[in-house]
Ligand binder design. Structure first.
Ligand SMILES: *[C@@H]1O[C@H](CO)[C@@H](O)[C@H](O)[C@H]1NC(C)=O
Length: 237
């Protein structure tokens, strides 16, 4: 019956939607890892930038990201830079940023190749400004790591540029002048077969299972409703 299959479809869509209401804020960017290049080991090197790295092995980072209210000069608030390294060239990845709903923020995520940053005056000056703002103590750690890093073969590397604008209003002047850092989680996630983010596979199975489940519940409801309907034609004796 046409009516009941339509009704089943609509009802199962509604049930699935209710089963999947998201609770955390997420922003993401999807990209393909660039061709691996040999990074010249001359100063100033990438290590001198003192950026925190995300790699496929160290793929989750909890960070307190600085935010600002947008201004005419900085319409996207405050910026941060990270390095995505150890990528597999040609592999598709996504970078997600998750933050609590209690800290309303607007995020922009962009990835850039090394050459595109170094060839774009706005980007290179933004990166330099961020790098100079990092505490000195980090430099020592980074240099130790660089000294121990004898692997100077070709590497697929990207810069991750995060911009964060505070998106709330309060009468508290302290908070309006100096919005607190956002407790965010940054995740580098490879795609399985370049189709589906690896860490979301359990969620995918759950969505499919709940869609199938909703379909069964919906068809039971429809069958029950149609069984109540009186017969349309009386029987002839
Ligand atoms: C404003 O917020 C700050 C930080 O949460 C807090 O310490 C301060 O007491 C607040 N001021 C007022 C007037 O509520």
């Amino acid at each position: 019956m046409l009516f009941s299959s339509w009704a089943t479809l609509v009802l199962s869509a509604i049930l699935t939607t209710f089963a999947n209401v998201a609770t955390a804020n997420v922003e993401k960017t999807i990209f393909t890892a660039p061709v691996a290049v040999t990074i010249p080991n001359v100063r100033p090197s990438l290590q001198d930038l003192r950026l925190t790295s995300l790699t496929p092995a160290k793929h989750t980072l909890r960070a307190n990201l600085p935010v600002k209210f947008p201004t005419a000069e900085h319409s996207r608030g405050e910026q941060s830079w990270f390095l995505l390294s150890g990528l597999e060239q040609g592999q598709r990845y996504e970078v997600r940023i998750c933050w609590p709903a209690t800290q309303p923020t607007e995020f922009w995520l962009d990835v850039y190749t090394i050459t595109s940053v170094f060839d774009t005056p706005d980007l290179i000056s933004a990166l330099a400004e961020y790098s100079e703002s990092l505490p000195e103590s980090k430099a020592v750690v980074a240099e130790d790591a660089a000294a121990g890093d004898s692997d100077s073969g070709p590497a697929s590397v990207l810069f991750l540029h995060i911009q964060a604008a505070a998106d709330f209003f309060t009468l508290n002047k302290t908070l309006m002048n100096d919005p607190p850092d956002v407790k965010a989680e940054i995740i580098l996630d490879p795609y399985i077969l370049n189709i589906f983010p690896r860490s979301l596979i359990p969620t995918g199975i759950y969505i499919v299972a709940s869609a199938v489940g909703s379909w069964f519940v919906a068809s039971l409801i429809i069958r029950w409703i149609t069984s109540i309907e009186p017969p349309t034609k009386p029987h002839k004796e």
